[in-house]
Ligand binder design. Sequence first.
Ligand code: ADP
Ligand code: ADP
Length: 227
Amino acid sequence: MDAIRFNDVTVQYRTRRGGAHTALKNFDLAVRDQEFISLVGPSGCGKSTVLRAAARLIAPTSGSIALEGERTLRGFERVAIVFQRPNLLPWLNVLDNILYPVRVLRRVSQEDRARASALLKMVGLTDASQRAPEELSGGMQQRVAICRALVLNPKILLMDEPFSALDALTREEIQFELRRIHEATRMTTLFVTHSVSEAVLLSDRIAIMSSAVGKAPILCQIELNER
Ligand code: ADP
Ligand code: ADP
């Protein structure tokens, strides 16, 4: 079964003047279980819209999106999303930021704490667990955001240009870490980027989107690592 299946998805945004702007038209894509797939394309072609729709942050105007075969999402903790900006809560320390999604759902258990600590260790931030987000560099903050996304052990990870605000060296380090995390967890990952080189570095498969709304949204798919 596919992890995510977009079936003829069209998304229109309402404009202020009461009109409609078509951001995505007749989009089809099957994301396989456990793969790391990147969606590449020029700015404005609809990549973020694809991700927001997969995360159920927006509803498609027409068409359907099935997550693990289901059209309605039960248990939103199965899907996590990481944005370009870390969006950490400034009044919580690093550990409490990571545990925040747990706290929203239920009481934080010892196991949750252990998992959060293990995630921090995985990204080399054990020593930062009690620090405030504002004391951390951009790269460190984004690592915390990734830990927060993973704390509920999601089946599917959605990432929207997560590294484009980072300097080149930090980006390289964190890309390497993400690849390692994927190899360890085999979590299905849908990664959006405008950088072809980043997509090649990280992915098992790349889907290239066309900028021309109304044409076939996916121009081609490139298989890098067959599993
Ligand atoms: P990408 O992520 O590839 O840059 P987006 O999915 O952000 O593309 O945007 C696709 C199209 O939809 C663009 O033309 C963009 O201007 C438009 N768009 C995105 N978000 C909104 C919104 N909230 N309201 C209106 N139009 C939007
Ligand atoms: P990078 O270039 O890798 O993103 P920075 O140069 O931003 O890193 O930060 C390097 C170090 O300085 C990090 O260890 C970070 O914790 C620390 N640091 C950055 N900003 C602050 C700050 N506002 N207050 C305290 N420490 C900071």
